[in-house]
Design a protein around this ligand. Structure first.
Ligand SMILES: [Zn+2]
Length: 148
């Protein structure tokens, strides 16, 4: 099901800290799948639950068209490279806004997958950037806060 996306840099829903997912219930799985569908239909590279009005620590990412969408529940960035770079980013919640943002080029992220298995991913390049962007959403941080 397509979910409506919250927009606006002063939107209170987008400015709150999201809560940890305690149990991966059928509702959580439904939400993760609906988020995936919404991201794909809207041609986003990623989407975080607060963008669809749920203050829960769930993100979905798909930085490359041929890549399978990735669902990350309770993602935690465990390591970030000292090396950073700057790229212009957009956001489905900020239509027509583009901001240069500095991010680490490599990260290690730990999360639960769709089945509740603990996973650890070493990401670099665009995937690393998109994950950092989406994890920021879980803290109420938007790209307009991070203009490089
Ligand atoms: Zn965003």
């Amino acid at each position: 099901m397509l979910l409506p996306i919250q927009t606006g840099q002063d939107n209170p829903i987008l400015r709150q800290k999201s809560k940890e997912v305690k149990e991966i219930t059928a509702e959580i799985k439904r939400l993760a799948l609906d988020m995936t569908e919404t991201m794909e239909v809207k041609d986003g590279l990623g989407l975080a639950a607060p963008q669809v009005s749920q203050l829960l620590r769930i993100i979905v990412v798909k930085p490359e068209p041929e890549q399978k969408s990735l669902i990350l529940i309770n993602p935690e960035i465990k390591k970030i490279s000292r090396k950073k770079d700057v790229m212009v980013e957009g956001c489905l919640s900020l239509p027509n806004v583009e901001v240069p943002v500095e991010r680490a080029v490599k990260i290690t992220v730990q999360a639960l997958d769709f089945n509740g298995q603990k996973i650890k991913i070493k990401a670099k390049g665009l995937l690393a950037r998109v994950i950092q962007h989406e994890v920021d959403h879980l803290e109420g941080i938007l790209i307009v806060d991070k203009r490089a």
